[in-house]
Design a protein around this ligand. Sequence first.
Ligand SMILES: [Fe+2]
Length: 333
Amino acid sequence: MKRTATSILILAALVFGGLVGNALAQKPAPTQATGERVATAATAAPVNLTLPLKTDSVRFLAIGDTGTGTEQQKELADVMLRYRQAFPYEFVLMMGDNMYGGEKPADFKLKFENVYKQLLDDKVKFYATLGNHDESNQRFYKDFNMNGEEFYRFAKGNTAFYSLNSNYMDKRQLKWLEEELAKDASDWKIIFMHHPPYSSGGKHGSSSALREVVEPIFLKYGVNAVFAGHEHFYERVKPQKGIYYFISGAGGKLRPGDVKKGSPLTEKAFDTDMSFMLVEVAGDELHFQVISRTGQTVDSGVLTRQQPKAKPLNASHPSAAPAGQEQGNAAKP
Ligand SMILES: [Fe+2]
């Protein structure tokens, strides 16, 4: 009898416990309608860093075509934040199309400040370039760090960065670029601009007219790598005449399936979700890791610095500053 009573108690406990457990499991997850952020697969994916984190390396993130303010852009920003714990990048290169649609202060808040609030609070600097959707006046927006210039240069450690306005590659800009590169003794010379000189995109493809005017200068002065956006996907192009080309343009929008299958340009491409790039320049090596909105590593590797194509004429841009120290923007003529 005692045994029967005990069995009933155990049975009751199991049934009741099961019901409670079931009820907890079935409790609806918070949704966007409630205003709460939903725990997505992206925020749940483990961080898996492939970058070496070498001493005194230059560490940055590259992302493009961000200016939407969508939930997907925020999900990608969440992954960017999580990777910063493992890879404390100091700054972000923006590939343009920083603002789609309106460009009022409320738009900057919605499409940039709110999305990257934590990074901005952590003093991560964003360096923008202008895309075809961007008003020139963005150059005055302080958090884009363009210092009022449509094209500008800055340096970190052994690496110089040139932001070009690929919307208008006029003589004045080309002259400035040549003059700056000619005196640039940095180990790495990296260009970032909106339109890609090489691309396997079906919608846009290579910006050939732009390439005709900039590529000879890149080759003459030993540009090492070029980052672009405009295409809403990721592509690592096979080295072209020795120069490395990346497209990282899926930071706020995605054009799924747009990379032409079998393109002879493609070394690696990813066009099924949004993504960003992490880059670490360490000595003669450029390490990169590309991460999707769901936290997957979709490309990674290391590239070796090419031999300079030409000696700089004079070294007024010395490369001796320790990593992390900025040498300041060069003024345009
Ligand atoms: Fe664009």
